[in-house]
Design a protein around this ligand. Structure first.
Ligand SMILES: Cc1cc2nc3c(=O)[nH]c(=O)nc-3n(C[C@H](O)[C@H](O)[C@H](O)COP(=O)(O)OP(=O)(O)OC[C@H]3O[C@@H](n4cnc5c(N)ncnc54)[C@H](O)[C@@H]3O)c2cc1C
Length: 405
């Protein structure tokens, strides 16, 4: 009998882990094919360093085909353009052979930037983001130009954003780089955020987090403008919805993330943001054979804040979800029930926030409250840990060792 066919969409944290974990579970009893427009794994946590020249694209990406080949996973270098959940096929933008049937489908297509949340949030207005590799490269070109003619800097996140860690990391790395370039005293630095208080992070905050971040901000002489929404951005000027304006020579603003078009267009599969609505087995609510993991999987936001904020769907929960999906698909293929359940909110929170030569380690027993434990450990060891973790993770990925922690 032919092995069951599993098609995985996406080759980054979620798709890469799910494909290899499934192969690890079932070996020759499953045929796994990954479809992705990216043949390189991108270690997004290091995008914060790219604009400052501390990393290049080559430093923070690794090819995915060698580990897939080594572990018997097929790879199609293409973007999925449609999913037929009834016929159980995925169509891609390949010129020929573009219809891929599946018995099980894993959607790990991640995010797109929702830049139009704020009119004028475009590089032409000196307002950049770093949330994808090309964006971070553009922000780097502008940073080098900025050094010739420095002025005020604004770092922040728009209403609806969830990836606050990246905004904070870039802010403190900016402060560090301004000092390194001998221009910190001449450059006013402002942090703009929809968070109701500093250190909310989209996860409800952590004990002493607000105080700690407040101290960091004071020490670094950073002005904070919190609990706000941005109305629009013009060339070098940001206007808040309360009419306040902030002028800048360089801005980096994290936008909200939304799901990919291919997911959005499948009837009944996704929510309004284009994220697949899932159960705690990571099966789609409507389809037992369709799974979604990582950023592509919807998480209900528990926050009711004056300005909307999202949830940070970070790397650790993405990998955990991918392992849960792999175990449950393996069970279904064996004729058993999918029995591994893990709510997003119950997954442990593990994150390192870099600050240039310093940082904070964030540990929580659960991603979302109510929690028993949550702590922030500041100090230079956090920076060292992020450097070491990057190297370890890229090595692990290069070899396809997804069962390692
Ligand atoms: C700047 C930044 C810093 C971050 N820092 C941290 C950090 O310090 N710690 C942490 O834990 N997390 C961090 N994160 C979050 C982390 O990057 C995400 O959790 C992770 O990328 C989610 O993985 P994913 O596989 O769900 O999605 P993605 O990484 O977005 O991957 C999506 C994949 O789908 C593919 N794809 C897209 N469209 C299609 C299509 N139509 N068909 C097929 N494939 C498609 C893409 O090419 C890609 O391979 C950061 C994120 C950013 C942006």
């Amino acid at each position: 009998m032919a092995a069951d066919r599993v098609v995985v969409l996406g080759s980054n944290f979620g798709g890469f882990t799910a494909a290899l974990a499934l192969k690890h579970e079932l070996g020759d009893d499953v045929a796994v094919t990954v479809i992705s427009p990216s043949d390189r794994f991108v270690f997004n946590p290091s995008l914060i360093w790219l604009p400052f020249g501390k990393r290049t694209a080559a430093d923070i990406t690794v090819p995915v085909i060698p580990p897939f080949e080594a572990h018997g996973v097929g790879f199609v270098h293409a973007a999925a353009t449609s999913i037929d959940a009834v016929a159980r096929t995925v169509t891609t933008d390949q010129a020929t052979g573009n219809v891929h049937p599946y018995d099980y489908l894993v959607i790990a297509t991640g995010y797109r930037n929702q830049m139009d949340i704020v009119p004028g949030l475009v590089p032409e207005n000196k307002a950049f983001t770093i949330t994808t590799l090309p964006d971070a490269e553009r922000a780097g070109v502008a940073w080098r130009r900025f050094l010739d003619n420095p002025g005020p800097v604004v770092i922040g996140a728009t209403q609806g954003a969830g990836c606050f860690g990246a905004a904070y990391e870039f802010l403190f790395n900016m402060s560090y780089q301004l000092k390194k370039n001998g221009i910190r005293k001449r450059v006013p630095l402002t942090y703009v955020t929809p968070e109701p208080f500093l250190g909310h992070f989209g996860i409800g905050g952590l004990p002493h987090g607000e105080t700690l971040l407040g101290l960091f901000m004071k020490k670094e002489r950073i002005t904070t403008v919190g609990d706000v929404a941005i109305r629009d951005i013009d060339d070098g000027r940001l206007t808040l919805t309360d009419d306040r304006t902030i002028d800048f020579a360089y801005a980096m603003i994290v936008p909200p993330f939304i799901g990919q078009e291919v997911v959005h267009t499948v009837p009944g599969l996704a929510d309004a943001k284009g994220y697949v609505t899932v159960r705690d087995t990571y099966q789609s609510v409507d389809h037992d054979e369709i799974y979604a993991v990582g950023i592509a999987a919807a998480v209900d936001s528990p926050w009711h804040t004056a300005n909307p904020i999202g949830i940070p769907k970070t790397g650790f929960p993405t990998e955990q979800q991918a392992h849960v999906a792999a175990k449950n698909i393996a069970a279904q293929i064996r004729g058993e029930k999918p029995e591994v359940h893990k709510e997003f909110g119950d997954i442990k929170g593990i994150c390192v926030m870099d600050a240039g030569n310093n940082g904070v380690i964030i540990l929580t027993d659960k991603m979302l409250p109510p929690r028993k434990h949550g702590m922030l450990i500041p100090g230079p060891q956090a920076h060292a840990m992020k450097l070491a973790f990057e190297k370890y993770f890229l090595w692990k990925t290069e070899h396809g060792y997804v069962t390692l922690p």
